[in-house]
Design a protein around this ligand. Structure first.
Ligand code: DOR
Ligand code: ZN
Length: 344
């Protein structure tokens, strides 16, 4: 298959940031996706519907003319989130989920939750109002090996949440292990997972390929090859529980190429091409449309997009950096050729 026309996809997990970075990240996401679930971990986290409304306006103002793009907003769960705020979020019609970051887990997660059990009243309200819980599924205990933090989260926290809140919709974001695939498979249909393009294409060896590779450092961290293969099998399985979420996470170049570099891989510039490469690698391009354009929309109870995009097996060169007014971003596969392209 050298050409693939699919319904326009949505990105169910992205970081767009704010201020100077916003125009570039919005230009890239809106070139391929009609909608995106926008993460709330700004420097000043989006903790209320009123903040989400203002952030959404800034995103809309950054959309290039001629593009149609609908940002789907999320709230950042903190130790102070109230059930009343959940009701406001639901009634707003613009908030589509609440994101859980364990405090200290990743970029701008200092205001995250210190004790999820202390938030059970809020989860109850979410279950009642049909607001999905979006999980950064890792524990932060430094005594737990970094490669085991996702698995320990499943065993010590998520299994309990799933039991206590049988009707709460849950998305286990950016899964990285076969353990998460087994967990999600064993749950009912109200538990789903997003899978990034970089976790489908890289394993932990790519962090140290001839030297340390800061642009492959993300959280949850890349895992062994057997886990990458399990994610790939889940993505092409045809199960509606698995759908596209890039976790594209722009960071200014110098904050990644540093003695203590930030976590995040930027894939928004060529997201669909990267997924096409992954699906093509196992002869499953025919499974891409449902993964990218159907299953996530159904889970979030959104109408399917009307437009289409065309992917062609045609080489494109990825630039070494993208410039924006505040600096540069090094994109995934910088300076390399990709053998798929999105045709306008
Ligand atoms: O690699 C990551 N980058 N993982 C996250 O959970 C956050 C993200 C970011 O915001 O940069
Ligand atoms: Zn993320």
């Amino acid at each position: 298959m050298d050409e693939l026309v699919i319904r326009q996809p949505d990105d169910f997990h992205i970081h767009l940031r704010d201020d100077e970075m916003l125009p570039l990240s919005v230009e890239h996401v809106s070139a391929q996706f009609h909608r995106a679930i926008v993460m709330p971990n700004l420097r000043l986290p989006v903790v209320s519907t009123s903040m989400a409304t203002k952030y959404r306006k800034r995103i809309l103002a950054a959309i290039p003319t001629g593009q149609l793009f609908n940002p789907l907003m999320t709230l950042y769960l903190t130790d102070r989130t109230t059930p009343a705020e959940i009701l406001l979020a639901k009634e707003s019609g613009i908030v589509h989920g609440v994101k859980y970051y364990p405090a200290g887990a990743t970029t701008n997660s200092d205001s995250g939750v210190t004790d999820l059990e202390g938030r059970f009243k809020v989860l109850e309200a979410m279950m009642m109002h049909g607001v999905p819980l979006l999980l950064h599924g890792e524990v932060t205990d430094k005594d737990v090996d970094i490669f085991d933090r996702e698995k320990v989260f499943l065993d010590s926290i998520l299994s309990r949440v799933v039991k206590e809140f049988p009707d709460l919709k849950i998305v286990l974001e950016h899964i990285t292990t076969s353990d998460s695939v087994d967990f999600v498979d064993a749950c009912s249909d109200r538990v789903a997972a997003t899978i990034t393009a970089h976790h489908l294409l890289l394993n932990r060896g790519d962090l140290f390929d001839g030297g340390i590779r800061p642009h492959h450092y993300c959280l949850p961290i890349l895992k062994r090859e057997e886990h990458r293969l399990a994610l790939l099998r889940a993505a092409v399985s045809g199960s509606p529980k698995y759908f596209l979420g890039t976790d594209s996470a722009p960071h200014e170049t110098h904050t990644k190429e540093a003695s203590c570099g930030c976590a995040g891989v930027y894939t928004a510039h060529a997201a669909m091409e990267c997924y096409a490469i992954a699906f093509d690698s196992v002869g499953s391009l025919d499974k891409l449309e449902n993964f990218a354009s159907t299953f996530g929309a159904r889970f979030y109870e959104l109408p399917l997009n009307m437009g289409h995009i065309k992917l062609v097996r045609k080489e494109q060169m990825i630039p070494p950096t993208y410039a924006y007014s505040g600096g540069t971003i090094v994109p995934f596969r910088a300076g390399q050729a990709l053998n798929w392209s999105v045709e306008a």
